[in-house]
Design a protein around this ligand. Sequence first.
Ligand code: CA
Length: 247
Amino acid sequence: MNELDSRQQSFRILVVEDEEGIQELLRFTLEKQGFVVEMAASVEQAEEMLEISIPHLLVLDWMLPGESGLTWCRSLRRRDNIQALPIILLTARGEEGDRVHGLESGADDYLVKPFSPRELVARVQALLRRSQGGLTPNRLQIGELHIDTKAHRVTLQGDPVAMGPTEFRLLRLFASNPDRVYSREALLDLIWGRQSYVEERTVDVHIRRLRRCLEKVQYAHIIETVRGEGYRCNPVPPPVAVPSDLP
Ligand code: CA
């Protein structure tokens, strides 16, 4: 098992590559790291997949049959819902001019074939770190509330705090970026993987559920509503209860 945190398991990467050998290398390398890999052999196929859901990262070959990766990359950057998608461009060319051309097309990074699997993984991780605001450490803590991101367990002073998988992912995200305000749209992207059929009010439903789970241990207040903006984590533990029968 690799050293990477479990949140990485849920990152989905769309690979657009037409050469079978490289497809296999990419799939093998990325799946070994726990990423969910989707494969398309052309821009046309990739477009169909984007209709269904938008991945967390795109690995895009420059030279493809039909529309080139470079042209497609440029057009993706003009679309509102895809602008922020991290893109690594693959190419057999290595000239400096091509590199600049590639980055000008809107790609975030650029990898020249033949590349080593290790280099690919390093680039993917660096880009996800940049775009996701950091991979989550194994353990997070807010006051006495412990979040084990590997075992997917939440405990308060050793006692389990029950919650569903979506509520857990929300809590893990909030706790790993305290004070950061997340819009409903951002939460849909990060938790649901931008599946087009999930509505924004779904976010509110799961936030309510999360608060109900946390309420039982007096931690509901850590999930704050920011009016007109979304939600954030207020990482302040509850005040220590003073027994009422004290003098
Ligand atoms: Ca190719």
